[in-house]
Write a protein that binds this ligand. Structure first.
Ligand code: PEP
Length: 232
């Protein structure tokens, strides 16, 4: 069971340090943990979580090792910093920053080649679900990816991200089973996972963990979700 906290554009280095020091104190066994701070906070997280089992991942990664790409960061640079992995293709990147299936594929490929662990995000919008297109969307998003020991998928229905609308455990299970029928990889669920719904979602047979946004920002709610995972 893997629980990853996506901090989005929250927590600069000072808040990251405070969170990591608190996280180190927790007794969290039977669950793999990843925190994904913004780029500027990665170094302090790597430093303060060194010697623990908690991994640090970035929220994006470029496909070239270096080059004239203002605002981007490469897998090699992340590796140099001691970062373990990266989220790729989060719906906020797809929605606001022009991320496409093609750029997701390039980022995932480069990150895996460089030895990073990747959490690749997929999921349908509310309109796509309404049109009955969920499976087509997932099929299209997965068509550009290949199984890899260091690849984990995150099924994140876009309508459930940051909205408080969680997929029912049954809906999550159905989508996860479909995703796994297309690509052999562990699948995390993401979309308004909270301490009070985590256990039920994580109990589904094809839910292998969670990618948590809002509830990963507070130590108390994040550790409550991690504890729910360690019991499931
Ligand atoms: C996310 O950012 O990946 C996410 C699932 O956010 P939230 O938990 O806030 O819905």
């Amino acid at each position: 069971m893997l629980i990853a906290g996506n901090w989005k554009m929250y927590k600069g280095p000072a808040e990251t340090a405070e969170f990591c020091l608190g996280l180190r104190e927790q007794e969290l066994t039977g669950v793999d943990l990843v925190v994904c701070p913004p780029f500027v906070s990665l170094a302090v997280a790597v430093q303060l979580l060194a010697g623990t089992e908690i991994a640090v991942a970035a929220q994006n990664v470029h496909w070239d090792a270096e080059g004239a790409y203002t605002g981007e960061v490469s897998a090699e640079m992340l590796r140099e910093l001691g970062v373990y992995g990266a989220i790729v293709g989060h719906s906020e990147r797809r929605q606001y920053f022009g991320e496409t299936d093609d750029t997701v594929a390039r980022r995932v490929h480069a990150a895996l080649e460089a030895g990073l662990f990747v959490i690749a995000c997929i999921g349908e919008t509310e309109a796509e679900r309404g049109q009955g297109a969920t499976e087509d969307v997932l099929r299209r998003q997965l068509a550009v990816l290949e199984p890899d020991d260091n690849l984990v998928l995150a099924y994140e229905p876009v309508w459930a991200i940051g909205t408080g609308k969680t997929a029912t455990p049954g809906t999550a299970q159905e989508s996860h089973a479909f995703v796994k029928s297309l690509l052999d990889a562990p699948v995390l669920y993401g979309g308004s996972v909270k301490p009070d719904n985590a256990a039920e979602l994580l109990a589904q047979p094809d839910v292998d963990g969670a990618l948590v946004g809002g509830a990963s920002l507070e130590l108390e709610s994040f550790t409550a979700i991690c504890r729910a995972a360690s019991h499931s």
